[in-house]
Write a protein that binds this ligand. Structure first.
Ligand code: HEM
Length: 575
């Protein structure tokens, strides 16, 4: 016998209009829970095949979450109308939701395991089924780069590390994926700031190349020459602060000071004024402190970009983000009002305002995102590299001695120019070797093959596949760099047999999307290393603890840009 909606029998009290509305449903058959389950499983399956499998939806995560919540409410309201009691209505809504999710996820899992175009690529089963696996791995101490290394050792050069993503550990893949001739575009990771776009987080090719031209003007040789005196001034300031710790009795954490230094330098070059973090040592109270605290969490979310997009929309987080963006916007406004004799990065970007006004895609908000990019990309990476260089020098006194021999004959630190620091084999060898062992962007940069697919490292990869070269793993591949885990700066000069595939060395990336600030970074690195080595003798405050911190726990953390351990050292002023 068929069951119908028993409106008149309902024990719930309703207003007159509601009763009239409910009357409309009188006689509608009440589906049994089994029927409901079956229908919702079919809806789940269909939504996978009709919607989710058809394209990338990462950036729409908040919208998808809202639509689903809305649909759940609708189901509950419908159930409340149709079923005679609240308990039944709630059970029906739960049954429908469970059925929908079962249909959707079993279809997704089955498709990824059996029918997916990447099914032939090896990789651990959980990685092939869901990106949550990489997130779970990353949540255990942000060691994703080490996991990828382990996977390549187990499965070979091509590993399916996520359902849609292949990690390719082969030196040829660097040019095939990142080089100027590559047909790959940026992957879904680069939508994390949607609907805002910084230069780095712009996937549209035409818009990107237009913006990149503007950025490039801020990093020409002439522009860099004009930044040099400011970088030298900030480096001298760093040395003068560190002088107060140079009795050799009290330890000082270089990791913090390098962050202070790079933030002040980038504040100066971006907003036309130093943040004065070194002089006021007020980092504790700044927005920067917050960004360090949440960096490991962001590193975990980045492994599955749509979770980051969702996270950003959460009430508390979006408030914090809005605060930071507002702060960048204010700095930018102040910078606009400044009359500057010397150009800085934003002389070039702000000068481009006329173009921005004409092009609605280049909004004020995008400019703010660009300023945020300059600060974060330009500070974290250089600070991490300086920290790593000085860990390596304090643990390899012979290399430190060779560096001192090279740098000691140079002019005193307050008379130096960058031209005398270029092409010094020991200095450049040490910087390269630190970047090889500890690339500040440890994991692969997501790129996506074009619709028609692409041949990468001799193998055809289907279209719309996310691909990456795992920088850390490639840098430590013995086929490219024999004795890969050893610090041997000479491999970049007198011992080329230890750098068999220099093209696998890719700390700044390469091709159209390569780091725009590479030369500025080299200017900062050479200047600070030179001044530090010329000014101080140094040793780890606690050699055993220090070595463990860098090589075991906590070690380096993969948070897109690297997070380094602290580096407490004893400094002694050199005569
Ligand atoms: C040791 C220091 C540095 C390293 C290892 C480094 C590394 C990188 C890498 C690997 C990328 C590519 C990121 C991607 O494709 O997602 C990149 C991009 C970028 N870097 Fe650097 N970077 C360093 C210093 C700097 C400095 C000092 C600046 C100055 C502002 C800077 C600004 C940028 C910008 C704006 C981009 C985006 C370029 C684009 O998408 O066209 N970087 N960097």
């Amino acid at each position: 016998m068929e069951h119908c909606v028993p409106i008149q029998n309902s024990s719930r009290s309703c207003s007159r209009q509601a009763m009239d509305f409910l009357d409309l449903f009188q006689g509608v058959p009440i589906p049994s829970f089994q029927q409901l389950l079956l229908v919702s499983v079919v809806v789940g399956l269909s939504s996978h095949w009709l919607i989710f499998v058809r394209g990338e939806l990462d950036k729409y995560a908040p919208r998808i979450a809202i639509y689903h919540s809305f649909a759940l409410c609708l189901v509950f309201v419908a159930a409340a109308i149709v079923y005679p009691s609240w308990v039944e209505a709630a059970t029906a809504s739960l049954t429908a939701s469970a059925g929908y999710l079962t249909g959707l996820f079993s279809s997704i899992l089955l498709y990824r395991a059996i029918f997916h175009p990447l099914r032939a690529y090896p990789g651990p089963l959980p990685a092939r089924l869901t990106a949550f696996w990489s997130m779970a791995v990353s949540a255990k101490g942000n060691k994703w780069h080490l996991k990828v290394q382990e996977l390549h050792r187990q499965y070979g050069d091509f590993v399916r590390i996520r359902p849609r993503e292949i990690s390719i550990c082969h030196p040829d893949a660097v040019q095939d994926i990142h080089g100027h001739k590559s047909t790959c575009i940026k992957g879904p990771f680069y939508d994390i700031n949607y609907p805002n776009y910084s230069l780095q987080l712009t996937r549209d090719k035409a818009l990107r190349s237009q913006r990149r031209k503007v950025w490039d003007r801020g990093f020409t040789e002439k522009a860099l020459k004009s930044y040099e005196p400011r970088i030298i001034a900030h480096s001298l300031e760093l040395i003068s602060h560190l002088n107060s710790w140079s009795s050799g009795e009290q330890s000082v954490d270089l990791m913090f000071w390098y962050h202070f230094f790079t933030l002040d330098a980038m504040g100066d070059l971006t907003f036309g004024k130093s943040f004065n973090i070194m002089s006021e040592q007020r980092e504790e109270n700044t927005v920067f402190k917050q960004s360090y605290t949440i960096k490991p969490l962001l590193g975990i979310l980045f492994t599955m970009p749509w979770t980051f997009v969702l996270f950003q929309h959460m009430p508390f987080v979006s408030g914090q983000r809005a605060k930071w963006i507002r702060w960048c916007g204010e700095q930018l406004e102040e910078r606009r009002k400044m009359k500057k004799d010397l150009p800085d990065i934003f002389t070039y970007l702000v000068d481009d305002d006329s173009k921005r006004a004409k092009d609605p895609l280049l909004s004020q908000r995008d400019l703010v995102c660009d300023s945020e990019l300059a600060i974060t990309a330009g500070s974290d990476t250089v600070a991490a590299t300086l920290t790593n260089i000085f860990f390596l020098l304090t643990t390899h006194p012979e290399e430190l001695r060779l560096l001192q021999q090279e740098l000691d004959p140079l002019p005193p630190i307050d008379e130096i120019s960058h031209s005398s620091l270029k092409n010094l084999p020991v200095l450049d060898g040490i910087i390269n070797e630190a970047l090889r062992l500890y690339p500040p962007v440890l994991s692969g940069l997501q790129r996506m093959t074009p619709k028609e697919g692409a041949v990468i490292a001799g193998r055809f990869i289907p279209g719309d596949t996310v691909v990456a070269t795992p920088t850390y793993v490639l840098h430590r591949d013995p086929r490219c760099f024999p004795r890969p885990d050893e610090f041997i700066p000479q491999r970049w000069s007198s011992e080329p047999e230890l750098a068999l595939r220099k093209d696998a060395f890719n700390p700044f990336s390469t091709g159209t999307f390569a780091c725009v600030g590479k030369q500025l970074a080299m200017l900062e690195l050479r200047t600070v290393v030179y001044m530090m080595v010329k000014s101080f003798d140094m040793s780890l405050a606690d050699p055993v603890k220090g070595a463990i911190a860098f090589t075991q726990e906590p070690g380096h953390r993969d948070c897109f840009t690297m997070d380094t351990p602290s580096l407490p050292v004893l400094l002694r002023r050199r005569q």
